[in-house]
Design a binder for this molecule. Structure first.
Ligand code: DPP
Ligand code: ZN
Length: 891
């Protein structure tokens, strides 16, 4: 397989200034005529021929400056056009087969309508082109189709003409006023309807906003529209960035590989991130829709107006845009209150994802820097590292320079690069220059893979009233993939506070400073080891380390259990309060997992239960925060912390602790359940969703009781009475847990009801599959047997990515205890499904293929069975996507 390297970048030999695309749309055979103005690139080495990229296309004809051109040669990767002058007009006609396109890349059909997905390299499946992001052209698009079957015809930019054609056909012509790379091209055609809003932007211009869906979904568009309006306002206020088009459209599609796509003026979304009403969508769905609508909208500046020079720079737009969507969601939840716990809640949720998924990625064979050095298939690099760690890297600029300094850097970035295709270095230079700081060392955050570790030593000198904090950075025993990228120490902004015996923050004065200032300080670590000295420290403090998770590192410090309980009760930094509880729980759970693995009896200390009771009953803490603090670290995260991952032992340990907490705090859970009801109309606000989260966590704990009668009674009543999906799904989840304790009948009854009630709501049926795939199995009823039965369910469809994810991915990724069954049955199932998907949709198959990449970190017996499954896939997989994943895993 061909490895593409960042170091091999060269500018394109030709440039394309304008493109006129004409589509005669038909599902079996669509004809595309593409007329390009092409010229040689004065800044590139001369090339003998024009090499255009193309895939799964049939060439029908070529004309050069209006005359038939015979010197074209189609081959495996595209089309070679020979004998071309300095500048010319090239017209190519080709055909493709949208209804055969199961890859969902390029032009395809979903529910009888046409959609496109071009990022990263789908445009070449529509027409021959210089399909690379540094070739930016202006586009005019003419769509022609049967009017009855495809009444709506959309593309990027502004509608400039439309009308009827003979034979019941019609046309629409769109013009995008902005030059763009081909990956941002889009078209949509079909039977769709829209809700619309007219808004006036800060500069007084009228804009048309539309959310397009299938007719049956029109009642689920309000939240997406509101989210879009909020996004537009937020980007104006926070970054001074305005909507630059007269019209902005979002279209929902049920078959989609990713979450959504930021095509200029015509965002195409997975239905999962558009459609919501209280009956069908959970609080999490509502929050995700707000954040994804924001994310794609924010790309209009960070991605579209300024795009990537090459795909190695993907994090330039993705890391930055994730950071922007995280800040947007935090501001929406918390307003201007920087100390609000709603802000901390959002931060905790984001960090939890980073630590569970990105840290794991960084520890395995797919470890890569935020700006990768090489890839085989770019679709495999839309990763947690590029997105989530990339966002943390961007956040560190804001931590270093403050919100105002960050804004100055953004302003300079747009001043310098609007309309260009640039690199991560260009962004870093804008931040450095706008803030007058040398950020050369900071470049290592883009080039080094692996999760940095900061180990902390402290010493208090009571006589001198001095407290020293020594910080040492390194990577521990990083994976080989990570190790080969590492060159030296990073610039790590490390936020710290010192807490006194009364639980209050001490004022902080570093040695050499005239006076104390503030109670949280950001120490800039630049060396392998550094000591910072605080003076005037009246008593031995307890350090609160890496407040608000100020950089994406692992902190190592010898806290005692009592220290952690104290921080959980007192830290003024809500993130670290949560963190202390998680450390305490992780420590207890890992000890128990080791005992479970050795078949020793399990016990849980009173102090642990008391710490949890204090959080549960502390009315000063927001319900949303309590829910996070009372949720134990996930089984996957815990297994990753073991020297040899043992999912069965982790499962037994975690279930033991859940049962202990359920039993010991039974009355408190019941009280919390009653106290956090949300009567009245459903509202997806942070307050109301926080109350529901805590209430439903209480229900989930009650469902762990040996006698599930209480939980079954409460959950059944909630299931029947709920006016929203959050509560109904949580009730069903509790009934499924209770089923594992023997109460089968109520769970079966609710599952049947749920299916019948929501049969026509694809996204809800996805939840129905997912909950069953994630269900705890029993020896008599292993979950895999259920999953296999569901594969044959009439509503299951492997070709629909959401459905495949809901059943197969949920089992392989969200049910570790069952997936890692000792007999290897889960792995055999995985191999089967990866190979089945490989033949349909390589991108989705490759995602599933990643479920085994950490195989070397498991117990020997599991490791052997995992390797067998990987080898089976390596032998059978056809796509570059899947091969890259399994070959790297086995290497
Ligand atoms: N559509 C994906 C995203 O927005 C890729 N650009 O992140
Ligand atoms: Zn994005």
């Amino acid at each position: 397989s061909t490895v593409i390297r960042r170091a091999d970048y060269t500018p394109p030999a030709f440039l394309i200034d304008s493109v006129a695309l004409e589509f005669d749309l038909a599902p079996a055979r669509t004809i595309v005529r593409n007329t390009m103005r092409v010229r040689r690139n004065p800044d590139a080495a001369p090339a003998p021929h024009l090499e255009l990229l193309g895939e799964a296309l049939e060439v029908l004809g070529a004309r050069l400056d209006g005359a038939p051109h015979g010197a074209v040669r189609a081959h495996e990767h595209g089309l070679t056009v020979e004998n071309v002058p300095e500048a010319f007009e090239l017209t190519l006609e080709s055909a493709c087969a949208p209804d055969q396109n199961t890859t969902l890349s390029g032009l395809y059909v979903s529910s009888g309508n046409f959609f496109t997905q071009c990022e990263a390299e789908g445009f070449r499946r529509i027409t021959y082109f210089l399909d690379r992001p540094d070739v930016m052209a202006s586009y005019t698009v003419t769509l022609r189709a049967d009017k009855a079957a495809y009444p709506v015809l959309l593309s990027n930019g502004n509608l400039v003409d439309s009308g009827d054609l003979p034979d019941g056909r019609h046309f629409a012509q769109w013009e995008d006023p902005f030059r763009k790379p081909s990956y941002l091209f889009a078209l949509v055609a079909g039977k769709l309807v829209a809700i619309e809003e007219q808004i006036t932007t800060g500069s007084g211009k009228e804009k048309l906003l539309q959310v397009w869906v299938e007719p049956a979904d029109l009642d689920k568009t309000r939240h997406a529209m509101d989210s879009l309006i909020h996004s537009i306002r937020w980007d104006e206020q926070r970054f001074g960035l305005k909507l630059d088009l007269d019209r902005f459209m979002i279209v929902a599609v049920g078959d989609f590989n990713m979450g959504a796509m930021e095509n200029k003026g015509l965002n195409i979304f997975n239905t999962k991130y558009v459609l919501a009403n209280p009956e069908t969508a959970t609080d999490t769905d509502f929050a995700n829709i707000e954040s994804v609508v924001g994310h794609e909208y924010f790309h209009n500046w960070t991605g579209n107006r300024v795009t990537c020079r090459d795909w190695f720079q993907l994090s330039l737009k993705e890391g930055l845009t994730v950071f922007r969507d995280q800040e947007f969601s935090a501001d929406m939840a918390a307003g201007d209150d920087v100390a609000s716990t709603a802000r901390a809640v959002k931060r905790i949720e984001d960090v939890r994802v980073l630590r569970q998924l990105q840290f794991a990625e960084d520890a395995g064979p797919m470890a890569h820097p935020v700006r990768p050095e090489s890839y085989v298939e770019i679709n495999n690099f839309y990763t947690m590292t590029v997105y989530e760690k990339g966002s943390e890297v961007v956040r560190m600029y804001q931590t270093l320079f403050g919100r105002d300094g960050f804004r100055k850097g953004m302003d300079l970035y747009f001043k310098r690069h609007d309309g260009q295709a640039v690199t991560c270095d260009d962004f870093r230079h804008a931040m450095a220059d706008a803030n007058g700081r040398d950020l050369a060392q900071f470049e290592r955050w883009y080039s080094q893979a692996g999760t940095p570790r900061v180990s902390v030593r402290t010493a208090y000198d009571a006589a001198a009233r001095r407290y020293t904090v020594t910080l040492a950075q390194g990577y521990g025993d990083a994976s080989p993939a990570a190790r080969e990228t590492q060159q030296g120490p990073l610039l790590i902004p490390f936020a710290i506070g010192l807490i006194g015996r009364d639980g209050r923050d001490l004022p902080l004065r570093l040695d050499g400073e005239a006076a104390a200032s503030g109670t949280t300080r950001v120490l800039d670590i630049t060396d392998t080891e550094q000591t910072f000295t605080f003076v005037d420290v009246p008593e031995q403090p307890l350090p609160s380390l890496l407040r608000n998770f100020s950089s994406p590192v692992i902190v190592e410090y010898d806290y005692s259990d009592d220290d952690l309980a104290f921080l959980l009760a007192h830290d003024s930094d809500p993130f670290n309060r949560w963190e202390a509880g998680q450390r305490l729980a992780t420590r207890a759970l890992l000890t128990l997992a080791a005992r479970a693995a050795a078949n020793e009896p399990l016990t849980l200390g009173e102090n642990f239960i008391a710490a949890f009771r204090r959080v549960l009953t502390d009315a000063n803490l927001s319900p949303a925060f309590r829910e996070l603090a009372l949720t134990l670290p996930s089984e996957t995260y815990l297994a990753d912390q073991m020297a040899e991952a043992d999912p069965a032992a982790v499962h037994r340990a975690r279930q033991f602790v859940r049962r202990q907490l359920a039993t010991a705090l039974r009355a408190d859970w019941l009280a919390a359940y009653e106290q956090h009801q949300t009567p009245g109309a459903y509202e997806p606000t942070p307050e109301a969703s926080g109350r529901r989260a805590l209430k439903n966590l209480a229900l989930a704990y009650l469902a762990e009781l040996d006698d599930p009668a209480d939980a079954v009674r409460v959950a059944s009543a909630q299931y029947d009475a709920s006016n929203n999906m959050t509560d109904r799904a949580a009730a069903l989840g509790a009934l499924l847990s209770a089923a594992a304790a023997g109460a089968n009948e109520p769970a079966e009854h609710a599952l049947d009801d749920f299916y019948r009630r929501f049969e026509k709501e694809a996204l809800v049926i996805d939840k129905w599959f997912a909950m069953q795939a994630a269900q705890r199995g029993t020896p008599a009823q292993p979950t895999l047997a259920k999953v296999r039965k569901l594969l044959a369910h009439p509503a299951f469809n492997l070709k629909n990515p959401n459905r495949a994810r809901s059943l197969i991915f949920s089992f392989c990724a969200a049910n570790p205890a069952q997936f890692h069954a000792a007999d290897g049955s889960g792995y055999a199932f995985w191999a089967e499904q990866v190979l089945a998907l490989d033949a349909i949709n390589p991108q989705v198959a490759a995602r599933l293929a990643r479920s085994l990449e950490l195989w070397r970190r498991f117990t020997p017996a599991l490791r052997d069975r995992m390797r067998d499954a990987l080898e089976q896939v390596a032998a059978g997989a056809k796509s570059r996507d899947v091969r890259e994943i399994v070959e790297k895993a086995l290497a």
